[in-house]
Design a protein around this ligand. Sequence first.
Ligand code: ASP
Length: 323
Amino acid sequence: MRNPVVAVLAALLALSGSARADNFPSHPITVIVPFSAGGPSDAMMRILAERMKVTLGEAILVENVTGAGGSLGVGRTVRSPPDGYTIGFGHLGTNVANGAIYKLGYDLVADLDPVVLLPSNPMIIVSKNAVPAKSLGELLAWLKARPTPATAGTAGAGSGSHIAGLYFENVTGIKLQYVPYRGTAPALNDLVAGQIDLIVDQTSNSINQVRAGTIRGYAVTDAKRVEQASDIPTTDEAGLPGFHMTLWSGLWVPKDTPKDIIAKLNAAAVDALNDRAVRKQLESLGLQMPATDQLTPEALGAWQRAEIAKWWPMIKAANVKVE
Ligand code: ASP
């Protein structure tokens, strides 16, 4: 039989939990973005946060906690109080790949509760303008003919740009020399300046520079072209059939955050995703909205576990060394 003292304590805890949820939020919320300001994760989160605060009635402050492929920022979320006032932005890299690369000290599934799936986008293979290639075929030939590997910017081991690079090496047999940054915003700056050769980047990060002609875009890693950069062929069209990768994102909270608080955060994010002006802003960056039935916390949890099963074998086989 259950100990009566424990039962009373549990009832009191449940009561205080729902009381907390009733007036949640009563002060600003922090969302931890694990990459640099101005990058694709940061840009998407800031657009959503502006609209989420309308539903929640409190400000959402973005804090960029960067380094180690985003694993430091996710660690900060894991160690925060489970009260809804700290949310973690994450993606295929931080909340899937990093578990196969780093000794994290936390479990990506057991130590976080999912809130909502966020938009995704394909990657785009981009190079500095000085690379003498005008098509993906010419780029592959140039890369193969080099005596030393070309330099590829990433947002650190396990980031989206790094996994996309590993996947590119895997399908082409070409070796790359990775240059890690704290986000793809600084990597892109160096690409425009000609300091590195290429990035297998998130489309939303590179699209404006490709359009402006300051870097060259060769192919998007999807079955269909990105409407906002419709002159860039797909990898299928450009000569790497089947090289598809979509970088999806999501929000998580520390495990044991009360369910009704998670529901409020989820509802605010769903409102933001359904807002016409927000959709327009995100779609102009080439981002794709998640399907409506994918917007529950449970759907994100199931999706994350399926992605772990899909990506960990390839990432583990790549035997990535981290300091
Ligand atoms: N999403 C990261 C960023 O915002 C980049 C990456 O994962 O490659 O910089």
